[in-house]
Write a protein that binds this ligand. Structure first.
Ligand SMILES: C[S@@+](CC[C@H](N)C(=O)[O-])C[C@H]1O[C@@H](n2cnc3c(N)ncnc32)[C@H](O)[C@@H]1O
Length: 198
């Protein structure tokens, strides 16, 4: 969908004080191994809670987001040694920025916000950036999500989502439907999560 700068700046400000990393990142880190000397991408990094956890685990991190204010806030919150391993990239993923080679590609609660017309190009770039043995960890809204009827979002059937990982070793797969909170209130979620190895 067209990037809504005000909406995301407000959302990301609200996330800056979140305690605890997303469980998907924790699962990815268990499979990806030590970060020292290795490169991770956080696509749609937002407030950067997961980016900070990756830096704490020793990774060099490229944090991408179209919300420059969130990336600036992240750099402000991080001090010295950690930020020396951080590269922030203010870019709209729909414009298909080149992605560096990486050992871990993480994207939490972001890919569904890309337009269906842009999603395939971004996904191909993500797969190309993965080094041999590298791990990709993402979540995406499924076709039974309450927001699946919004044409500007990318919501996939479980079969379509599974096909994204063809040729990769699936390390973790979960597809769940539940009522739960979102930034825009209570909604029906259909959330598909996958961690896979190249
Ligand atoms: C729901 S938030 C998730 C942020 C973070 N990963 C988390 O788990 O809290 C989605 C993020 O994607 C970013 N975003 C949305 N559309 C984008 C686009 N087209 N290009 C780059 N970033 C985008 C937003 O600015 C926001 O930070």
């Amino acid at each position: 969908m067209t990037f809504d700068a005000d909406l995301w700046a407000e959302y990301n400000r609200s996330q800056a004080s979140r305690s605890g990393v997303r469980p998907l990142l924790a699962t990815a880190l268990e499979h990806a191994g030590p970060g020292a000397g290795r490169v991770a991408l956080d696509l749609g990094a937002g407030a950067g809670i997961e980016t900070a956890a990756l830096l704490d685990a020793g990774w060099s991190v490229y944090a991408y987001d179209a919300d420059e204010t969130a990336l600036a806030g992240l750099r402000d919150r991080l001090g010295g040694a950690r930020s020396s391993r951080l590269t922030t990239v203010a870019a709209d993923l729909e414009s298909a920025p080149a992605l560096p080679d990486a050992d871990l590609v993480y994207s939490g609660y972001t890919l569904s916000w890309l337009a269906p017309s842009a999603f395939g190009t971004v996904w191909r770039a993500m797969r190309l950036s993965l080094r041999e043995g590298g791990v990709v960890a993402v979540n995406i809204f499924g076709n039974r999500d309450e927001w699946a009827s919004r044409p500007e979002l990318t919501c996939l059937t479980e079969t379509e989502a599974r096909a994204l990982f063809d040729g990769l070793e699936i390390l973790h797969w979960s597809a769940s439907t539940f009522e739960g909170e979102s930034y825009m209130g209570l909604k029906r979620w259909h959330l598909i999560e996958c961690v896979a190895r190249q």
